[in-house]
Design a protein around this ligand. Structure first.
Ligand SMILES: [Fe+2]
Ligand SMILES: [Fe+2]
Length: 353
């Protein structure tokens, strides 16, 4: 009943993740020899951190993976807002686990970016200085509990559609991180869907609250796929490098087609009077999101941009002592190891003498 992200057959999004995982393992077994970057990409092999790669490829990946990592971390805020107000202990535990997953996604992704020769500290500073972006969707407020359902269903749903093809990305560390992320995102989508299902089959007030949340989150979720193909600046090169596998518009269409039957089961209306099945094209016609609004929010003028960054900055400052303590502890361990190694080497020398 939850839709095609976990269809039991081989057509669901999770099945695609499984297939990508098998392909990844097969690629790891294949001898890469001294293949050049272009040949490796053409042969569906993975580029690994030790391999030569064009500078622009490295830069594109750093930008994309960092933006993705920042989105996971900032994305904890709108939902974190409801942890203390979740309607039951069970809902609270589930939401807590979900928000914690997002922190984990941020960690996998910062770690993947670090394999390209930047440090996590540098990337976090770029975010805090406003020189790197995060997904605009997180600049919208979560006004009611139903928003948590709508975020899970639509925002995590759009994230999965966007990210499943990244499981086949040509850069190995990113592809491997995405396989794990997608499996967890699938759980996120289901928990959101289940919240909405419960509300839409509850009291009329609960159903109205669910509908209101879907009305507010639908178009920002469509905008998550980025500008239309004609205006997308990085797409063509990313496709050639097999970082990206499908265009923004293709993914957006896939998302719409996935949501329509799910909305029927939810008994909630997608807020688009022009949404209908197009027999000739075999997909749904739908109204495009307001891309001018998307650009405004990207540029910093969304409802919560300022609040999100202020919160991130203060969380970063509050966490300084933890980073310092962790660094001091790591140094202490390293010093102790060095001392023990020197002692061992000494003892060996004495035995040899
Ligand atoms: Fe995530
Ligand atoms: Fe998620």
């Amino acid at each position: 009943m939850y839709g095609n992200d976990f269809a039991p057959d081989e057509t669901g999004l999770l099945a695609e993740v499984e297939q990508a995982e098998r392909a990844l393992l097969a690629a790891a077994e294949a001898p890469s020899g001294a293949l050049h970057f272009d040949d490796l990409v053409a042969a569906e092999q993975k580029i690994e951190p030790r391999d030569w790669m064009p500078d622009a490829y490295r830069k594109t990946l750093i930008r994309q993976i960092a933006q993705h990592a920042h989105s996971e971390i900032i994305g904890m805020q709108p939902e974190g807002n409801w942890i203390s107000r979740a309607p039951t202990l069970k809902r609270k535990a589930i939401l807590l686990a979900k928000v914690q997953d997002e922190a984990g996604h941020g960690l996998y992704l910062y770690a993947a970016a670090e394999t390209l020769g930047v440090s996590r500290e540098e990337l976090v500073n770029l975010l805090l200085e406003g020189r790197q972006k995060y997904s605009s969707i997180f600049n919208y407020p979560t006004l009611t509990w139903a928003d948590i359902g709508a975020i899970g269903w639509l925002v995590d749903g759009a994230a999965i559609v966007n990210q499943v093809p990244l499981c086949r990305c040509s850069y190995g560390p990113y592809a491997r991180a995405m396989i794990r992320v997608c499996k967890e995102e699938s759980f996120h989508q289901r928990q959101g869907y289940e919240i909405l299902y419960t509300l839409s089959h509850g009291t009329p007030e609960q159903k109205a609250m669910a509908q209101d949340a879907v009305d507010r989150w639908w178009y920002p979720s469509l905008a998550m796929f980025g500008p239309p193909d004609g205006d997308s600046t990085h797409s063509e090169q990313s496709m050639a490098w097999k970082i990206k596998r499908f265009s923004n518009d293709d993914l957006r269409q896939k998302f719409v087609d996935m949501c329509v039957p799910q909305a029927e089961i939810l008994d909630l209306r997608i807020p688009d009077p022009d949404l209908r099945w197009n027999k000739e094209r075999g997909v749904h016609d739908y109204t495009q999101p307001d891309y001018a609004e998307l650009m405004r929010v990207i540029k910093g003028d969304g409802p919560c941009n300022r609040q999100r960054m202020e919160h991130r900055r203060s969380a970063h400052e509050d966490g300084a002592w933890v980073r310092e303590a962790a660094a001091a502890y790591a140094q202490k361990k390293a010093d102790a190891k060095k001392k023990a190694d020197a002692k061992k080497a000494d003892a060996k020398k004495k035995v040899a003498a």
